[in-house]
Design a protein around this ligand. Structure first.
Ligand code: UD1
Ligand code: CA
Length: 454
């Protein structure tokens, strides 16, 4: 297939009004990646190095995303949204370059697989001029129906234009349509807008191609791969499919998920073999977990790197820039942000460690807080290796603690601490003999006076 030149045209200009959103439809995420991003990722895996992406006016964020995911892609603006054929024609200058295969895909169909793309291209390679990817569904409402006759694709009928009889057809248009590059532009140019919506329908192409005596075929894919998203409910369904796929991929790679259905991944989550993930764990974008690590229940991780054999949670929160060293421990109700935790270091209970570097084998006591923010800027806390920070200490950044340091429990540390020193930053304890009994008597008498008074 690689010897045939290939132009994917991704239609992404539609606003998707049924989403009831200020965000363009294709920018809604599943697995923390916008829908259109999934399409581009799959295209890259099917050896496309470029694509023509049709965007709407003022969709700068979309153009940026395209540029970051596929630098070879070009964006084409469709000013008025007059339908899918009109959208494809916005990429006219790319289409004029007569690629062997032109494949139109929709940016709102994120679960499309490399296999599905290959199926359509295989038809083009074996002589089809137009190849449409269809699917069987028990809920065809809203989709274009494929009108076939003894294995031939005659035409596609949109829901609104279909007769009652045609609406009973369960073989539907996925939106993925392949064209021989030689005929693509002339077919698209021949499409009119005489239909219930007054739009230029890409789906008119098969019938026009048949009228010209070209070879038009339908291939059948899996419903799950081609589900289009027009509503929030469909967005949620696609998210569920994405999560299911990702879970089985992770399991196949040698990861233990104790309750797979309760673990949620991002599109780019990397989990090495022999990691164990307990129930109810959520991965935001940008997480890498190295082998042998254990992520315990109810933890939330994003932008974090967890080293080999480390333990996280239960109930831990790792925020962007958290880097956990080999065999380190981050325990319950601990939040780590933009901080490195050294090899074998422990932050086990109720702490916030932000903008900090914690040395190897250092122990951070329960309730320790780095005060990294003064209302205007962020400041760093450095803690050397082999140190011990007593419970409930407050480290006011910028501050630097050397190696082998002891910090007495309950200290407020505002000045740097030298290697092997003990820092105590708290009021001295005083003892008043017999004073407790005196207080008890006083409080008791006050209460009795109140009761008497009524
Ligand atoms: C389309 C198909 C339908 C198919 C279904 C599959 C047409 C006419 N209909 O219907 O046969 O079963 O997809 O999901 O093709 N877009 C633009 N500019 C436009 C209009 C649309 O860029 O002017 C883009 C949208 O952003 C979207 C895609 O094209 O990514 C599909 O448009 P949408 O309006 O969702 O089409 P459907 O009604 O779902
Ligand atoms: Ca759609």
């Amino acid at each position: 297939m690689s010897q045939r030149s290939f132009l994917p045209v991704v239609l992404a200009a539609g606003l998707g009004t049924r989403m009831r959103s200020d965000l363009p439809k294709v920018m809604h995420p599943i697995g923390h990646l916008p829908l259109v991003g999934h399409v581009l990722k799959t295209l890259k895996e099917s050896d496309a190095s470029s694509a023509a992406v049709v965007v709407g006016p003022q969709m700068e964020a979309l153009e940026k995303l395209v540029d970051s995911l596929m630098p070879g892609a070009s964006c084409h603006v469709q000013k008025d949204r007059l339908g899918t054929a009109h959208a494809a024609l916005a990429a006219r200058d790319a289409l004029e370059r007569e690629f062997d295969d032109v494949l139109v895909l929709f940016g709102d169909t994120p679960l499309v697989t490399v296999d599905a793309i290959l199926k359509v291209r295989t038809e083009l390679a074996s002589g089809a001029d137009v190849a449409v990817l269809g699917f069987e569904t028990s809920t065809p409402f809203g989709y274009g129906r494929l009108l076939t006759h003894s294995g031939k694709l005659l035409a596609i009928r949109e829901e609104k234009d279909a007769s009652e009889e045609e609406r009973l057809i369960t073989l539907c248009n996925s939106g993925i349509m392949g064209f021989s590059g030689k005929v693509a532009l002339s077919l698209l140019d021949a499409i009119g807008n005489e239909n219930a919506n007054g739009e230029y329908y890409l789906t008119d192409a098969p019938q026009i191609a048949n009228e010209r005596g070209l070879k038009v075929v339908a291939v059948v894919g899996d419903e799950e791969e081609v589900q289009g998203i027009n509503t929030r409910a469909q967005l949620a369904q696609c998210e569920a499919v994405f999560q299911r796929r990702k879970r089985s991929e992770v399991l196949d790679q040698g990861v233990t998920l104790q309750a797979p259905d309760t673990v949620f991944f991002a599109h780019d989550t990397v989990i090495e073999p022999d990691v164990t993930i307990e129930p109810n764990v959520v991965f935001g974008p940008g997480v890498i977990v190295e082998s042998g690590a254990v992520i315990r229940a109810f933890s939330h991780l994003e932008g974090a790197h967890v080293g080999t054999g480390a333990t996280v949670g239960p109930y831990a929160r790792l925020r962007p820039g958290a880097r956990l060293g080999v065999t380190s421990h981050v325990g319950n109700f601990v939040e780590i942000k933009n901080a490195s935790i050294g090899e074998g270091a422990k932050v086990n209970h109720l702490s916030y460690i932000g903008d900090a570097d914690v040395g190897d084998k250092t122990n951070i006591g329960a309730g320790t807080i780095t005060c990294n923010y003064d209302g205007f800027g962020k400041h760093r806390t450095e803690i050397g290796p082999g140190s011990f920070v007593g419970s409930n200490s407050t480290l006011v950044a910028p501050v630097s603690l050397g190696q082998g340091v002891y910090v007495a429990a309950g200290s407020v540390v505002t000045d740097s601490v030298s290697d092997n020193a003990l820092a105590i930053g708290r009021g001295r304890q005083v003892e008043k003999a017999g004073r407790a009994e005196e207080l008890r008597q006083r409080f008791k008498a006050a209460k009795e006076a109140r009761v008497k008074k009524g």
